[in-house]
Write a new protein. Structure first.
Length: 198
């Protein structure tokens, strides 16, 4: 759960622009462009994925972002989902309304989501202080479930104080034969100290 910022919107616009430029291009040429860009940036792998696999994913996203290849309805549904943002206390109802309008059977994941919110509330965390943003995600590919960030009061410190989530697939990416349930987080101690001083 995290709130978005203007810089996040700009980053999304740049990403969508890049995906739009890829859509419709010769697949082999587009694949080569993405791999070249990753090579120029010095990126050899991200979350266990090779540049070739990352390029494949970019091309899939490019097709969905513009509703190409007969995926108009999927792109419309995905766009509607990614626009969802609500306080924790209202997120469940917003998601259920989205599921109803989209004709999606999301009862099981929504029940788990609401159970998690209830558990947080039982620990004294006010849901109104939480923000659900469907477009939010951690930038590492090994995350496989619930992800979160904790921020200081608006304007106090730039960037998250804490960030993490569930990553059951991490050890398989490192060579294990099966998934191992795991959850963890990182703390930025300098930001925490600055927020306390602020």
């Amino acid at each position: 759960m995290a709130g978005g910022a203007a810089s996040d919107d700009e980053s999304r616009d740049v990403r969508l622009g890049f995906l739009s430029a890829l859509e419709g291009a010769d697949p082999a040429a587009a694949h080569a462009v993405v791999e070249d860009l990753l090579s120029i940036a010095g990126i050899s792998a991200v979350g266990g994925r090779t540049p070739s696999e990352i390029a494949d994913r970019f091309l899939e996203q490019a097709a969905l972002a513009t509703g190409a290849r007969g995926h108009d309805k999927a792109a419309e549904t995905l766009t509607a989902y990614l626009s969802l943002k609500a306080d924790g206390s209202k997120a469940g109802s917003a998601l259920r309304e989205f599921a109803r309008k989209s004709g999606l059977a999301l009862d099981a994941p929504l029940a788990a989501f609401e159970q998690r919110l209830a558990a947080l509330q039982a620990k004294g965390i006010d849901p109104d202080r939480l923000t659900f943003a469907a477009e939010f995600g951690r930038r590492l590919d090994y995350y496989s479930g619930f992800v979160f960030e904790i921020h200081a009061a608006a304007g106090a410190v730039e960037g998250p104080l804490v960030g993490g989530g569930r990553y059951d697939k991490l050890v398989t990416l490192l060579g294990a034969e099966r998934d191992v349930p795991a959850i963890g987080f990182s703390m930025w101690l300098d930001r925490i100290a600055a927020s306390v001083k602020g």
